[in-house]
Design a protein around this ligand. Structure first.
Ligand SMILES: [Zn+2]
Length: 75
């Protein structure tokens, strides 16, 4: 099993997590990291993943494991 986590009750890979944050396709994603942050919506644990939505862009995205909340460093 590669680097997967449970997000909203489903097992996700780094690529899938990045696609949830991006709400679209991503080219490449790095390993999922845990953070010390709490979700501002529900207080759940927040995961972080670096990914490339396109060949010229690198984004760090964060996503709650329990609800729909997410953000990126380009927000
Ligand atoms: Zn949440």
């Amino acid at each position: 099993m590669p680097d997967t986590r449970v997000v909203q009750g489903r097992m996700v890979t780094p690529q899938h997590l990045a696609e949830l944050i991006e709400d679209g396709d991503v080219m490449e994603a790095e390993a999922i990291e845990d953070t010390d942050r709490e979700c501002p919506n529900c207080g759940g644990d927040v995961l972080e993943v670096g990914y490339m939505p396109s060949i010229t862009e690198y984004v760090v995205g964060r996503k709650c494991q329990e609800c729909d909340w997410s953000e990126t460093d380009r927000d």
